[in-house]
Design a protein around this ligand. Structure first.
Ligand code: HEM
Length: 162
């Protein structure tokens, strides 16, 4: 058995993995937490992306970011923790699912895309803060973000089938 297969078996038979399979209520609670987490996360991200695409131009971009970012960070922690628990419950099967790894790669790409905005374009916000069309590169980042997060959700749902 490969080291990776051994680790997946260890995780599936670990106390969290066992509890997820044996408790009558833990799996549904964790799955509901996962769904709640990504509803808030993707909801916050897409609302910000729509602003970056030029909708609701009266709303100052910095003020909207200040409101939405803490929810995005908090809900990402919730999604990641519940995701690891869901993974532990069926690690041997999900650990060989190409859709699961595609999902993780898309989450990483969405993270790099968001980081690119924060590192290189957030400081230019005062120039297009209100009642102005954001620069084309910022709108491109917003479109890429929406497409990536929708793809993450699609992969999340498809894990059970592939
Ligand atoms: C960060 C953004 C994430 C989003 C938007 C997301 C989205 C989803 C969605 C839509 C589902 C299907 C839920 C259902 O049908 O009931 C799902 C299931 C799942 N997710 Fe995530 N997820 C995210 C992060 C993660 C992470 C970081 C992990 C693991 C490290 C993970 C592991 C799983 C697993 C194992 C399932 C259950 C698959 C199954 O057995 O049906 N997710 N996710």
């Amino acid at each position: 058995m490969s080291a990776w297969a051994t680790w997946l078996t260890w995780l599936e038979d670990s106390p969290p993995g066992l509890a997820m399979r044996q408790s009558p209520w833990l799996y549904p609670v964790v799955e509901i937490t996962h769904i709640l987490g990504f509803v808030i996360l993707v909801g916050a991200v897409v609302m910000f992306d729509l602003r970056l695409l030029g909708l609701s131009r009266k709303i100052p971009v910095a003020a909207l970011a200040e409101h939405l970012l803490p929810w995005a960070h908090l809900s990402f922690a919730l999604v990641a923790l519940s995701g690891v628990m869901l993974f532990a419950s069926d690690a041997r099967a999900i650990g060989v699912s190409p859709v699961f790894y595609l999902k993780l790669a898309l989450i990483a790409a969405a993270g790099f895309n968001a980081a690119a905005f924060h590192i290189w374009f957030l400081k230019s916000v005062p120039a297009w803060e209100q009642n102005t069309t954001p620069p084309p590169v910022v709108r491109a980042i917003a479109v890429f973000s929406v497409v990536l997060w929708v793809a993450v959700i699609a992969c999340g749902r498809l894990i059970a089938y592939f």
